[in-house]
Write a protein that binds this ligand. Structure first.
Ligand code: FVH
Length: 296
């Protein structure tokens, strides 16, 4: 839920790419006193015309407010942008996408400079920012005190989901969801390849895929139940033995249609390994353990 009714307060935003500009726009729309800086200064001009203060340097932008939000390309650009700038007493909220380890290192780097650090993982594209009901939200982790101090301001462009004091957790949640999305993209891509040469309209297939993937979305909750209980056989309706046989049909169909199975094979091999280990009565939860090299 966005909260465009938050009391207007001042903040600084470093980085005015596609996402940074969308964030800036939401804060301006809600009446916040916004100072912006961007490496390429012309990107600040449209925002300045709408009331933002365009700072001439990173140092003056940071000095303008206690809350400093960063939305840059990567961790390296965050460090190089803030290099040599006085961060004493500042609250840094880093919305730049990075790894959990990178966020933890940045938190230490910020603490050594007297700043509190909150990392964020944006679960949205720019078009969803500042749009009530769009479903946009941001995972936050790191300093709970800093997050609480700025929760209302941070809730203006997108919903907020705080996932813990570990500064790496926002990135870890972000990447976990993006990784699942990548697997879904792979499956959808394979499905379109299977039907591409036939008289099957892409839009029709898209509707069918959308409905089917929505219907299958409970899969994640089933895995969670098994991981929580340690019993991978409870409530299994489609077991591995059956699915592994079904995989042979998927692969044979790919061959008939002249489609490479390369997007499917890695997962199918791990399913087969579990069946060969005598675990055909389970579902795919055991693949989690195979990926980790052991059962946690
Ligand atoms: N756009 C999206 O759909 C995704 C949604 C999820 C979150 N990501 C992450 O958000 C970060 C910013 O993404 P963006 O879309 O704003 O990216 P760009 O439009 O490419 O803008 C990049 C900004 O970073 C500045 N920049 C790049 N390198 C440096 C540097 N070495 N020093 C200082 N600033 C730098 C760049 O400045 P300029 O090119 O205009 O001078 C832009 O302001 C990102 O982590 C996504 O993964 C977006």
């Amino acid at each position: 839920m966005t909260d465009n009714a938050a009391s207007p307060t001042g903040l600084t935003l470093l980085g005015l790419g596609a996402m940074g500009t969308a964030l800036a726009s939401a804060w301006l729309d809600s009446g916040h006193d916004l100072t912006v800086w961007n490496r390429t200064p012309t990107r600040a001009e449209p925002l300045a015309a709408r009331g933002a203060t365009a700072a001439a340097s990173v140092a003056s932008a940071v000095a303008a407010n206690d809350l400093v939000v960063l939305c840059l390309l990567d961790d390296a650009s965050v460090r190089s942008t803030l290099d040599g700038v006085d961060l004493t007493g500042k609250d840094l909220v880093n919305l730049t996408t990075g790894t959990p380890g990178g966020a933890r290192a940045l938190a230490e780097w910020a603490a050594a400079r007297g700043a509190r650090f909150v990392d964020g993982g944006i679960m949205a594209v720019p078009q969803m920012i500042g749009v009530p009901g769009s479903g946009a939200y941001v995972f936050y982790s790191g300093s709970a005190a800093a997050f609480e101090a700025h929760r209302d301001v941070l809730a203006v462009p997108a919903g907020t989901t705080y996932v813990g004091e570990d500064p790496g957790f926002a990135a870890l949640h972000d990447v976990a969801l993006l990784s699942a999305m990548t697997g879904m993209f792979a499956g959808v891509t394979h499905a379109f390849a299977l039907t591409r040469k036939e008289n099957i309209a892409p839009h029709e297939l898209a509707e069918l895929l959308s409905g089917w993937l929505t219907a299958m979305s409970g899969y994640a909750r089933g895995i969670a139940e098994h991981l929580a209980s340690g019993d991978y056989t409870t409530g299994v309706t489609s077991n591995l033995a059956m699915m592994a046989e079904g995989n042979a049909t998927l692969l044979a169909t790919a061959e008939e249609q002249g489609v490479s199975p390369e997007l499917l094979l890695p997962f199918m091999r791990l399913m087969r390994q579990l069946v060969d280990d005598g675990r055909g009565d389970e579902d795919t939860t055991g693949v989690v353990d195979l990926l980790l090299g052991s059962r946690v």
